[in-house]
Write a protein that binds this ligand. Structure first.
Ligand SMILES: [Zn+2]
Length: 231
């Protein structure tokens, strides 16, 4: 069984995605509450983003996770719905503006592999919560894993200094185990690094196939040469 305290990989700067695409919707009513559970970042909101932290809620619903935000106790940027929720398979919830520091990691903790051990990780990170009961019987769905990877690629494309993808358990091993031993970390890592399940990446790849069109075909207008690849 995998150990969530070991979950980390770094994003290679030479394969940063050229595009950012994410199906996200504001959680209903969250725009009226995010201000009281987020803080102005002490670093530049673009160049200062160095890490993205993967969490699991240990609860059964998106609403349960958001109630913590409404209470002003904790916060996160995105929430990935569980498989028994209507939004599963459709989109993820946006819960706080990325430009704000959300409260998802204790200020006192750090890890030497994450921006050389700096504390106040919330100020240089983004937080993703995946809705999961954290029990052996509640598996993470493929869609949840793939959308979590999509969020990371979206952020990777937007934030030039984003390097570290890390679990909450690695940052705070004495208090936290999320996203847990059942989170498919290796699959997730492969999806992030390869762009598998990324529809825009697939469309771009299909478009570049236009270069491979057989030049001997006389019925092709050069300006429309891409069309046969869509048949
Ligand atoms: Zn967590």
């Amino acid at each position: 069984m995998s150990d969530p305290r070991q979950y980390q990989f770094d994003l290679p700067s030479d394969s940063r995605p050229p595009h950012a695409n994410l199906d996200e919707e504001w959680y209903p009513g969250i725009q009226q509450t995010w201000e009281k559970s987020t803080t102005r970042r002490i670093y530049d909101p673009i160049f200062g983003v160095r890490a993205i932290v993967i969490h699991a809620t240990a609860g059964s619903s998106s609403e349960g996770a958001v109630s913590v935000m409404r209470a002003g106790k904790a916060s996160f940027h995105w929430l990935v719905p569980d498989e028994d929720e209507a939004q599963h398979g459709q989109f993820v919830w946006a819960c706080a503006p990325e430009a704000r520091a959300a409260w998802h990691v204790r200020n006192a903790v750090s890890h030497p592999g994450v921006w050389a051990g700096r504390k106040k990780i919330n100020h240089f990170s983004l937080g993703v919560e995946v809705v999961n009961r954290a029990t052996a019987s509640d598996a993470f769905s493929h869609w949840q894993m793939a959308m979590t990877a999509r969020i990371v690629r979206y952020a990777w494309a937007k934030y030039p200094n984003l390097r570290h993808v890390v679990s909450h358990a690695r940052l705070d091993p004495e208090r936290r185990t999320d996203p847990g031993a059942h989170f498919p970390w290796e699959d997730f890592k492969n999806h992030v690094l390869t762009g598998a399940d990324d529809p825009i990446g697939a469309l771009i790849a299909a478009t570049t196939n236009a270069n491979d069109i057989d030049p001997s075909r006389e019925d092709l207008c050069p300006a429309c040469a891409w069309q046969p690849t869509l048949v």
